[in-house]
Design a protein around this ligand. Structure first.
Ligand code: TYD
Ligand code: MG
Length: 454
């Protein structure tokens, strides 16, 4: 048996070093490098002498043997997964503590168990009584779901093997597991890597679904090495604002479906409820008559979502006026402000600017540029946008308005929710007769809505 070799590894990106260092050269993290014992099996001597077995190769056009997907019955979860769980796959669910990962997976497993599937929920964090109490509160006590409390990887693998390979297993969380043949504490890079690897190989071998819960660090990474994200087939992030009741399940990697698909849930006293029409929820308290408010017709994944963007612009005498953004990118706001100053001379550089995406949603689409610009100008001019108006479009640095994708979907959703006007880029074809459309080609066209003399 080869002697274990002492190396050092970065806890956030997995980079390996021969000596300890304070800063990781790879990801730039401070104090993330710690000791790591890797069992080396020696140089691959004699690899050429001993023959392995040949892999059977197939051509691209051979018939595909694909097992049907397993639907959890929670349609928002199935949507984020790209149409249900794929047998033999590994799913990583990440999210801040207390956001509802355990609740979501308990509900999903109970729903699957109620459909007659064999499911196991293993928790390394909570006692079975705690989980049972939660299940009682959620009204799931009748589901034939099997619970277990264990942190030893060996015992978990034995349990899964004995019970004749269940259909799905949840491990809550991967950071609490330990493999007894690895000499480091649970939650360290080597432990997380080994445990995940063993569970994923088990899933592939037996054709079961393994769902791993992963904690997220302060800066939003799944704790432990980032290699965990490379190892699994699907990575879902459960996000939301603790102050708001709704939660978004976002696919950031999916080998079996599209990414950027979202599932929307509402956290209630009875657990997570699905939200089938998110726009209604995000616009629930929308006040159309307020200056500084604008409704953005966005697309999240394949789904149109209307959200309210609120801005407050106030003259400031400070040398560095304040810029505060919630739910949008600070850099993108700086760009929109610069374009408005340079192309329309609005003098926003001398103003404090606050921007908020109502309801706690995080928007990353460039199509929100024009809605943000409209909210800013509405606040600056103290004039509200006309009622029943939605805005979308991308602003380029030259002040041109660029067209965006899925115009029709955005207009359709807006019309469905009672909006009758859209301020939008000039597209190739204009559709939706029921909507009155104001097409904008330059930022100046939008500015005249608020400052007629500009
Ligand atoms: P939990 O699933 O334990 O979060 P995680 O596993 O991501 O750490 O969720 C805990 C939070 O959810 C807790 O703050 C209380 C809240 N909650 C409800 O509001 N309603 C419910 O029915 C349940 C089960 C939890
Ligand atoms: Mg939990």
């Amino acid at each position: 048996m080869a002697k274990p070799q002492q190396t050092f590894a970065c806890g956030s990106c997995g980079a390996v070093y021969s000596r300890w260092q304070g800063k990781c050269d790879d990801c730039g993290g401070w104090n993330t490098v710690s000791q790591h014992t890797a069992a080396v099996s020696g140089a691959p001597k004699g690899l050429s002498q001993k023959k392995g077995t040949a892999v059977s190769l197939v051509s691209l056009n051979e018939p595909i043997v694909e097992a049907p997907r397993t639907l959890s019955g929670i349609s928002e979860l199935d949507r984020a997964l790209g149409g249900g769980f794929v047998p033999g796959s590994a799913v990583l669910v990440g999210g801040d503590p207390g956001i509802g990962k355990s609740t979501l997976l308990l509900q999903a497993m109970a729903a699957l168990a109620l459909k007659g599937e064999d499911c196991i929920y293993i928790s390394g964090e909570e006692a079975t009584a705690q989980i049972q109490m939660r299940a009682n509160r959620l009204g799931l006590q009748g589901a034939p779901l099997k619970l277990g409390c264990e942190t030893s990887l060996r015992n978990i693998l034995t349990t899964l093997g004995e019970s004749n390979a269940p259909k799905a297993v949840v491990i809550d969380s991967i950071q609490t597991l330990y493999a007894d043949h690895v000499e480091s504490a649970p939650g360290t890079v080597s432990q997380v890597r080994v445990c995940a690897h063993e569970l994923i190989s088990f899933a592939k071998r037996r054709g079961i679904v393994v769902i791993l819960v992963g904690h997220v660090t302060k800066d939003g990474q799944i704790a432990g090495p980032r290699v965990l994200e490379h190892m699994v087939d699907t990575v879902l992030y459960f996000e939301g604002d603790r102050g708001h009741q709704f939660r978004i399940l976002r696919a950031v990697k999916n080998r079996f479906g599209g990414t950027d698909e979202i599932g929307v849930f509402e956290m209630t006293g009875l657990g997570l409820q699905e939200v089938t029409n998110p726009s209604e929820l995000f616009l629930a308290d929308h006040n159309v008559r307020e200056p500084g408010s604008c409704v953005f017709a966005g697309i999240e994944g394949s789904r149109p979502v209307l959200v309210e963007i609120q801005a407050l612009v106030a003259r400031s005498s400070a040398a560095n006026p304040r810029r505060a953004v919630v739910g949008w990118d600070t850099g993108r706001l700086a760009m929109v402000l610069a374009v408005l100053d340079a192309r329309a001379g609005l003098g926003l550089s001398g103003c404090d600017v606050y921007l908020n995406v109502a309801g706690g949603l995080k928007i990353s689409e460039p199509a929100a540029d024009m809605a943000v610009a409209a909210a800013l100008m509405s606040s600056l001019s103290q004039s509200a946008l006309p009622e029943e108006t939605v805005v979308f479009g991308e602003i380029s640095l030259s002040g041109d308005i660029r067209s965006v994708s899925q115009t029709d979907g955005r207009l359709k959703e807006a019309a469905k929710l009672g909006f009758s006007r859209a301020i939008m880029p000039k597209g190739k074809k204009q559709s939706r007769k029921e909507m009155q459309q104001q097409t904008v080609t330059r930022i100046g066209d939008l500015v005249t809505n608020f400052f007629p003399d500009n």
